[in-house]
Design a protein around this ligand. Sequence first.
Ligand SMILES: [Zn+2]
Length: 474
Amino acid sequence: MKTTISTILLALAPACINAQDADDYLESIRNNSAALTAFFSAMPKGGDLHHHYSGSIYTETYVNRVINNNYYINRHSCIVVKDTTGQGGGFVKFAVLGDSLPYYRQQLMQKWSVKDYNNVSYPSDKQFFETFSYFKVTSNDSLRPGLQELKNRAVKENVSYIETMFTGIPCNISMAEMSKYAVELRNAQNERDEAKTQQILGDIYTWLQTQDVKRYAESFNSNLVALHKNAGMDDERFTMRYQNYVVRVRDPLTVFRSLVVAFESADKSPLVVGVNIVAPENDETSMNDYWLHMQMYKFCHEKYSQVEYAMHAGELVLGMVQPEELTWHISEAVYTAGAKRIGHGVDIPYETNAYQLLNYMAKNKIAVEINLVSNEFILNVKKDRHPISLYKQFGVPIVISTDDAGVLRSNMTEQYVLLAKRYPDIKYGDIKRFVFNSINYSFIEEDAVKEKLRKDLKKRFREFEQEIADLSKH
Ligand SMILES: [Zn+2]
């Protein structure tokens, strides 16, 4: 058959018309949260790229597990432990709680998540971050059913990929021999002496190589392969990949040791696709050592240039820290540490040379991971105080993600509902682009896997748009 412009247009027409129908329909329900929920529940949502494993498991799972395993609970503080050795008095087994068990179940639900939080009696950022220290007693148990819970929930709400910040890698290399460097690193940081800092990191790195640091990465990687396979994570509907992470509130030597192990692991395993940095950015140590952490990333990037990474940066707000601290975190993560994606990026309007930074991110395709529900709860940043429209205006690639749907008692659909409800300048075509970004800007290493997800997403959108087009005819 002879191909003419008109036959091409004809072939494309139904898809375009259906996309237009979806756009029209979305505009007609903009201000109706229930209708938006139905729309976005059905819409394919691609990947969730800013996702913490332990914060995404719903609290019911953790609470049921500690009750079923008959751990100990302190009846006054509601702290749960596996073993009472060295814990002081006041602990009883769940089994002896009898009729008061429902009361304690409710207490744990409220303490281990944002359930029933009243916005008054306790700071929301503390409420959020402290949950992790409470459910830590069980969050590393039963990883297989945990991963399956996340996959099942994702499949049900039409999410086809998760890139989860899974865990820190256990490593017990003693850093005592390197202790003199801890002071030297902090001194170099105080002087912002980049050459000196890189040289010290080089010395520590060389020493770490003599301590068999690779062995910790290899053992983690082989356990992960087995877990991933046994849990049946990848199939035609769903794919899972993992980011290692380091905790930014530790001393510099521990952070650097963890970072080297994390990069070693990511360098060797196609399942581990990134290395993130977690814990509250406004913590005293996080703030003091932020510059140093960026130097550590810069160092590791030179050693492991194939490893990609997203970083939490700019999860700060005026009033939480001193104003000058809002001016440089994202810039350092982008320019010095070489982050490929920025997690949150909420304080960008306060950055020195913010326009230049936004242009740089757009030009170099450094995506921003937007977490609307999380930002509203932890930072109280919402509506036009949130910089999402600024990122969009400058053409920075945007992805929509959940952060910690379990602790926040949210899901992927709710992120899109808020997005459409609060930002009328963001049209259906933009939203669809954000969804495709979540595959295009993922760190999946195998080209074939990425391509398969992209194709699958196109198919899902065709079906979704057809469904909406049919709806409009009724
Ligand atoms: Zn996060």
